[in-house]
Design a protein around this ligand. Sequence first.
Ligand code: NAI
Ligand code: ISE
Length: 336
Amino acid sequence: MEELRIGVIGAGAIGCEHIKRITNKLSGGKIVAVTDISGEYAQKAAAISGARVEKSGEALIKASDVDAVIVTSWGPAHAESVLQAIAAGKPVFCEKPLATTAQDCRKIVDAEMALGKHLVQVGFMRRYDKGYNQVKEILESGEAGAPLMVHCAHRNAQVDDGYSTSMAVTDTVIHEIDCLHWLVGDQYVSAQVLFPKNSKYAHKELQDPQIMLLTTESGIRIDVEAFVNCQFGYDIECEVCCEGAIVRMPEPSFPLIRKDAKRSVAIETDWKRRFADAYDTEIQDWINSTKKGQVNGPSAWDGYLAAVTADALVKSQTTGAVEPIETGSCPNFYQK
Ligand code: NAI
Ligand code: ISE
């Protein structure tokens, strides 16, 4: 196959970012069709790449010149498109979350297994980030000893009024949920959420910040600070305390400025820039592996694991209790 002909469902912020990177930066893929429930958004996105506008997600998936599909619509619309792509036997890259309920993620897993062919990749791009991979390499080398604790922070400068307390789990910390069990090579068994004093910058209905606690099968304790009105920037931290060393993920590199009797270093403000290289590597890998009929990245099973874990955290937001995480064992089909 010379070029992978791609159709995109959902032409909002990240949909347009992926269309731009495939059109202007990456190789081996071409956007041939775009659709969005907003005709105006679809037209604008199609213009970026010279693609045509399709009338619906279903029509786009069925189109004979679409080899593979990217789903970047709103979370609640993901499951329908992914299931339609599987039914059509077409590879599909779906932005997180794979679906908004664990039940819908399970339907996708079951449909893919019934077909007997790997078609689904989920957009958990942190697995492609250089910093996380450097940490993982050190952990896997054994030089730091066994991981005991992981301390993380996921901070956004601010969120709008539509952002709810549960979205800190389902929209934001969902990235840590996926990448931390991959990082330490262990599975989660329980989850809890604690609410510190609320920030005055959080809107009336929102609990912010939150502390999310996850425990793994071998007993590793993970804490993630989710602080989505931190005011100062977009800040992602990860530190793994091991038996023999502490391994800290490198921060984005900015020049040190000496000015007005101060030394200062900038902090990133935008997730698109913070993870730009990871998105590039992720989508390039998806194009390359799809052309070979393979799925290399996070699978539908990873999407399901994340949804079950998110459910336990969201439940704990209400109960305050330590909630069990019961995923069942990984089917042979998804074992790597
Ligand atoms: P957005 O709101 O900017 O764009 C979503 C687009 O989907 C809108 O243009 C909307 O009209 C369209 N849409 C909704 N339902 C549709 C349907 N049934 N058919 C066709 N189009 C439909 O949202 P954004 O920020 O682009 O997020 C999209 C998805 O990507 C979300 O699931 C979000 O969680 C995920 N995302 C992932 C990120 C990452 O770091 N991996 C970063 C930002 C978003
Ligand atoms: C957004 O949807 C993303 O996925 C970003 O990566 C994340 O950092 C942000 O908190 C979410 O709102």
